[in-house]
Design a protein around this ligand. Structure first.
Ligand SMILES: [Zn+2]
Length: 347
């Protein structure tokens, strides 16, 4: 019988698979980029070692070794290649650390670290990708996510009070400071006339507050000029009529969808549906920390935008992004022991 997942058999096969994804057109040295590399003996965990000939010559050494994982986010990991493949598959199923730990038979702390690495890698390479833009028909909306100071002891101390109970409804427009960071959601509607069109493409940003000054640079960067832009009547979006064909639906007056004389359907229902999906996903993390909220949201964004693909295509796409990360974002985030500025990329 043909095994369903041939590379999920041992660490060597897992390492071979991961290497193909990392270097589809042949292994190159992570230090100098040369392809004049020679395979050496494997490591105990199945990873292949290589010697870079030019690097060895330059350094005046006999060898200049690297492995399949040198300069990748997996480099310092104690998990074996096979375990990583398993964790990746579970990560893609939108599971939390507890569930991944149980399913992959690893420690919960390890699973937590794994999902931070994977979510962080996707955040850095996919979410922050400046070339990704939405066009044609784009809906925008905000929602509020409860996020406390879980996993952020210092922040709690600084506030000199007990951590805020999560899930409390606060009056008025919430901000990150009140424990309910707003999320901005932008979605390009799927082209229903095109059978092969990808899924509706979303872009989420966790915000400090919902003000025009906060959201304007994000919309300008992420939505192509000239697009049709659908929102509710909330006045923070008024500025968009300069660059977009801005149409509003009046939720206050009980209007949820209408067809304009030119045939355009004016509504935010695509975004509404995506919010409920995102909420279900985030609820799964039971009291999510503000510090990691944007990473979890980034995973949902990535998985949603690739859901028209086969699971293994999504798996490989995620891996390619993760292998292209420098890890700088995560290192900064962990070393600062605080939340990164959320709109970092627009400054
Ligand atoms: Zn080299």
């Amino acid at each position: 019988m043909q095994p369903l997942i041939p590379y999920l058999q041992d660490d060597q096969k897992a390492a071979d698979y991961l290497r193909q994804v990392r270097w589809p057109s042949g292994v190159t040295c992570p230090r100098c980029g040369s392809d004049a590399v020679e395979p050496r003996e494997r490591c105990d965990n199945g990873l292949q070692r290589f010697n870079c000939v030019p690097c060895a010559a330059r350094l005046g050494q006999q060898f200049a070794m690297f492995t399949d994982w040198t300069s990748s986010i997996f480099e310092e990991s104690k998990l074996r290649p096979l375990e990583w493949l398993l964790v990746m598959g579970l990560w893609q199923l939108k599971l939390n650390a507890t569930e991944i730990a149980a399913a992959a038979d690893i420690q919960e702390r390890t699973a937590q670290r794994c999902i931070n690495l994977l979510d962080g890698g996707i955040y850095e390479t996919y979410h922050l990708d400046p070339t990704r833009q939405l066009e044609h028909q784009v809906e925008a909306d905000e929602c509020y996510q409860s996020a406390g100071s879980k996993g952020l002891a210092r922040e709690v101390e600084r506030c000199e009070r007990a951590p805020r109970p999560r899930g409390i409804q606060l009056r008025g427009r919430a901000t990150a400071e009140t424990g309910r960071p707003p999320l901005l959601g932008l979605v390009q509607r799927r082209d229903k006339a095109d059978q092969d069109a990808p899924a509706a493409q979303v872009y989420f940003e966790v915000l400090e507050n919902v003000r025009t000054a906060t959201i304007k640079p994000i919309i300008a960067a992420k939505v192509k000029g000239g697009a049709q832009f659908f929102t509710d009547e909330y006045n923070i979006y008024h500025f968009t009529k300069v660059d977009y064909d801005h149409r509003t639906v009046n939720h206050g007056a009980g209007e949820y969808a209408r067809r304009d004389p030119d045939g355009t359907c004016v509504h935010c229902n695509t975004m509404e549906g995506i919010w409920s999906g995102l909420r279900n996903f985030l609820d799964h993390f039971k009291g999510i920390s503000q510090r990691f909220l944007h990473l979890r949201v980034g995973r949902y964004e990535f998985l949603h935008n690739h859901m028209h693909l086969h699971w293994y295509q999504t798996f490989e796409t995620a891996l390619r992004y993760i292998f292209s990360t420098t890890g700088d974002y995560l290192r900064q985030m962990t070393h600062h022991h605080r939340r990164m500025p959320l709109t970092l990329c627009y400054r």
